[in-house]
Write a protein that binds this ligand. Structure first.
Ligand code: PBG
Length: 341
C-alpha cells in the first residue's frame, strides 16, 4: 500500500494528536530558551573538594584523577585564595597523612597539628572569606582504612563516635566552619552537635553525609589519600546499600532529628533519585558529592576524545541542580567557576 502521509495530512494529523500544542515553539530561539530556563548553575553552588599532603611547595598529581593535585599546606592556601577569587563559597579538603601517623584507632585526627587542622588554620588566617568544610571520619588516620575503629573484625560504633567527636572538636578549634562527618556511624550527628554546643561552637553547622552509599565510585579517592590497598574488607556494615532508598530516607530522618543542618548524598550522579527524594521529603539544604570515580570517568572519556569535557562537566553539574541540590561538592569546582565567569 502506498504511503498516504503527505505533509498537509501529516500536519493535520499531528495537530489532531497534540491538540495543537507544540512544545518545540519555546525551544526555537536562544532568547526564548533562556527565558523559560528552569535551573541554572552558579558559582555559589560549588564546593571545591581537593587533597592535602605533607611538605612545602608540593603540588603533586593524583594518578587516577587527571587534573587533580595534592597540595601541601602553603600551596593549599594559595589555591584557596584562587577559589575565593573565583567566587567559590566553600572548600572541602581531604588529607593524605604520612603512613607513620596512621594508627589502629585513628587518634591522629585529634592532633591540632595534623594536616587538616594545620591547613584549616592557615587558610582561615590568609583567606578568611572562604568557608571550610571538614570531614570527621577516621579513614585518613587508620591503618586499616576504615572510617571507624576496627575491633575483632568489626567497626565498633560507639567508640568510633567518641573518636569522631574528638576529631570534629579539634577541627572546630582549628577554625573549621562546617563539620561534615562522612563515617555513617549511628548517633554521630547528635554526639557532634552536643560536643560542639558544650564547647562554644553552637554556631557551627553540621552537614551530614546522610546518605552515603557503599559505592565502587570511591576508588580514585583512596589512591588520592593513600588508603588504596589498606582497606580490610569493605564498608558495607556502615554505608547504605546501593540497592536501597528507604534506608537512605531513614538515615536522613535520623540525622535531622539529631541536629543536622544540611544533608548530603554521595556519590552524586548515580544517586540523583535520592537527592530528589530527600529534598522533596525534608526541604533542608541538600548537597551531593560528585565523587572521584565520577570525575575520573568524565576525564578519561574526555582525554580519549570521546566526549566534550567542558560540556559534560557543566551538564553534570546542572543535573544536580535539576534534581534539587542546593550545591555540589566537586573536583571540577575551579574549572566550572572559571567557565561560569
Ligand atoms: C571516607 C571518604 C570517602 C570519600 C571521602 N571520604 C569514601 C571512602 O573512602 O570510602 C570518597 C570521596 C570520593 O570518592 O571522591 N570517609
Amino acid at each position: 500500500r502506498p504511503s498516504q502521509f503527505s505533509s498537509a495530512s501529516a500536519s493535520a494529523h499531528i495537530d489532531e494528536v497534540t491538540g495543537g500544542r507544540r512544545l518545540r515553539r519555546l525551544r526555537r530561539t536562544d532568547w526564548s530558551r533562556r527565558l523559560v530556563l528552569e535551573n541554572e548553575l552558579s558559582v555559589n553552588d560549588l564546593i571545591w573538594t581537593f587533597f592535602l599532603t605533607t611538605g612545602t611547595g608540593v603540588a603533586e598529581p593524583v594518578e587516577a584523577m587527571p587534573g587533580v593535585e595534592r597540595y601541601s599546606v602553603d600551596m593549599a592556601v594559595r589555591m584557596a585564595e584562587k577559589a575565593a577569587k573565583l567566587g567559590i563559597p566553600a572548600i572541602a579538603p581531604f588529607p593524605r597523612e604520612d603512613p607513620e601517623k596512621k594508627t589502629e584507632d585513628g587518634s591522629y585526627i585529634t592532633d591540632p597539628d595534623n594536616l587538616i587542622n594545620r591547613a584549616v588554620r592557615a587558610i582561615k588566617k590568609e583567606v578568611p572569606e572562604i568557608g571550610i568544610i571538614t570531614d570527621a571520619a577516621l579513614d585518613p588516620f587508620t591503618t586499616h582504612g576504615h572510617d571507624g575503629i576496627l575491633r575483632n573484625g568489626e567497626i565498633v560504633n560507639d567508640e568510633s563516635v567518641e573518636m569522631i567527636v574528638r576529631g570534629a572538636l579539634s577541627q572546630a578549634e582549628a577554625g573549621a566552619d562546617v563539620i561534615a562527618p562522612s563515617d555513617m556511624m549511628d548517633g554521630r550527628i547528635g554526639a557532634i552537635r552536643k560536643a560542639l554546643d558544650e564547647n562554644g561552637f553552637n554556631h557551627i553547622p553540621i552537614m551530614s553525609y546522610a546518605a552515603k552509599f557503599a559505592s565502587a565510585f570511591y576508588g580514585p579517592y583512596r589512591d588520592a589519600i593513600g588508603t588504596l590497598g589498606l582497606l580490610k574488607g569493605d564498608k558495607k556494615t556502615y554505608y547504605v546499600d546501593p540497592a536501597n532508598s528507604e534506608d537512605a530516607v531513614r538515615e536522613a530522618e535520623q540525622d535531622i532529628a539529631e541536629g543536622a543542618d544540611m544533608l548530603m548524598v554521595k556519590p552524586g550522579l548515580p544517586y540523583l533519585d535520592i537527592v530528589y527524594r530527600l529534598k522533596e521529603t525534608f526541604r533542608l539544604p541538600t548537597f551531593a558529592y560528585q565523587v572521584s570515580g565520577e570525575y575520573a570517568m568524565i576525564k578519561a572519556a574526555a582525554l580519549n576524545g570521546w566526549i566534550d569535557e567542558e560540556k559534560v562537566m557543566m551538564e553534570s553539574l546542572l543535573a544536580f541542580k535539576r534534581a534539587g541540590c542546593d550545591g555540589i561538592l566537586t573536583y571540577f569546582a575551579l574549572d566550572a567557576a572559571q567557565r561560569l565567569k
